[in-house]
Ligand binder design. Structure first.
Ligand SMILES: C[S@@+](CC[C@H](N)C(=O)[O-])C[C@H]1O[C@@H](n2cnc3c(N)ncnc32)[C@H](O)[C@@H]1O
Length: 374
């Protein structure tokens, strides 16, 4: 069972990063990788499931697909769910909460779909365990479903806590980026540990920390746990082996990663987060005004997420900051720039048109990643 590639997995992700997640999965040698809006499917083994949970940088969770079927009515949803042999996976005392979503489908009431799916699983379990009531006092097997255009997918969530929660950031500053989005920006900048890397609006340090993890080729989930580690059909040796392989694949090197912010409290938090991530020795933190940015480099990349004039600063203050930072950037040589902002007038204020733009969502905020290759 461990090495059979017969399982289908689904990785939900932020809109705009599907291609990056698919690329990560292909580099990990996953099979039949196919991206859709907001998620990527692949074929793999249980060992692959562990490896992907540990190493994926840009995806949100790893879901094991159990069944898929068409359902336009609650009866079809019930029968389709009950047809799966739940009793073969879930022990008698399993906790099995159900959650999910429905898009463009006849069955649009999510609470009702949740209730029907739960009922169908219980029905199937009753046949085997002959219980009227399931205590759900054991390990958690979280059931997730998606219904898109009447096509139902039912999954088990192998990750548990979402993958963006690496464990290094209990403290973050206001408007902190999700770790998976920061990792996506680093990936788009093509930084792999060569040359200089700098985030001059670093806040809680997420982008610089993700850059350091990428430079080290460190699996971002190495020091956290996953729901599937408690599943009875999932041999714990798989996880030990996956962790050992991830550690063996790490690099060591001399990296030049800089992170600064005008706010001393942000720098304090960023440093604490870097310590927890085990990368504090790779990042130089300083309190600096990005308007005076003047770091010399032969070859460097700035990857950053300044205030947008929404949550931090007002619109006019953000525009002035973009003008000042644009002027500082124009005076600096040999830096590429990857800057995320939702501000529609960013390029005009910054004083230069981006070489390329890419749509990314920071939570619900639609942003552009402005790319300057220089
Ligand atoms: C959107 S937050 C960055 C969040 C960060 N990416 C994270 O994940 O925590 C923008 C940051 O820019 C900083 N900032 C505002 N004006 C600045 C300036 N003139 N120079 C440097 N940093 C500045 C703020 O203190 C804030 O921490």
């Amino acid at each position: 069972m461990t090495n059979s590639k017969d399982f289908t997995f689904c990785v939900p992700c932020l809109f705009g990063v599907e291609g990056l997640v698919a690329d990560e999965l292909r580099r990990m040698n996953m099979q039949e990788v196919r991206a859709e809006d907001g998620r990527v499917f692949f074929q793999g083994s249980l060992a692959d499931c562990a490896a992907v949970n540990l190493s994926l940088r840009c995806g949100e969770r790893v879901l094991l697909e159990l069944c898929r079927f068409h359902a336009g009515t609650f009866d079809e949803l019930f029968e389709g769910t009950r047809a799966f042999p739940w009793d073969k996976l879930l022990p008698r005392d399993a906790a099995f909460p159900v959650s999910g979503y429905s898009l463009d489908s006849s069955l649009f009431s999510v609470p009702d779909c949740q209730r029907i799916i739960k009922k169908a699983v219980v029905e199937r379990m009753k046949q085997r365990y002959h219980l009227d009531h399931f205590p759900e006092s054991g390990e958690e097997y979280k059931i997730r479903f998606s219904i898109r255009k009447d096509q139902v997918h039912v999954f088990l969530d192998s990750s548990g806590t979402a993958l963006h929660k690496r464990g290094y950031r209990p403290a973050h500053t206001e408007a902190a980026l999700r770790e998976t989005l920061a990792a996506a920006m680093v990936k788009l900048s093509r930084y792999r540990g060569k040359g200089d890397f700098c985030d001059p609006f670093c806040g809680s340090g997420t982008i610089a920390i993700e850059a350091a993890l990428a430079a080290l080729n460190r699996a971002p989930g190495l020091y956290r746990s996953f729901a599937a580690e408690n599943w009875r059909f999932f041999d714990s040796k798989i996880w030990q082996q996956a962790r050992a392989s991830a550690i063996a694949a790490e690099y060591s090197g001399n990296y030049h990663i800089f992170a600064s912010d005008i706010d001393p409290r942000a720098i304090q938090i960023a440093q604490e987060n870097a310590v927890r991530a085990g990368v504090e020795h790779l990042i130089s933190f300083t309190i600096e005004d990005a308007s005076h940015f003047s770091r010399a480099t032969e070859h460097g990349v700035l990857v950053t997420n300044p205030p947008y004039g929404e949550r931090l600063l007002d619109r006019q203050q953000a525009e002035q900051l973009y003008r000042d930072f644009g002027a500082a950037y124009a005076r600096s040589e040999n830096w590429g720039l990857y800057l995320l902002s939702s501000h529609t007038e960013f390029e005009r204020c910054f004083g230069k048109q981006a070489d390329k733009k890419r749509k990314l969502y920071n939570g619900m905020i639609k942003c552009d990643l402005f790319m300057y290759y220089k």
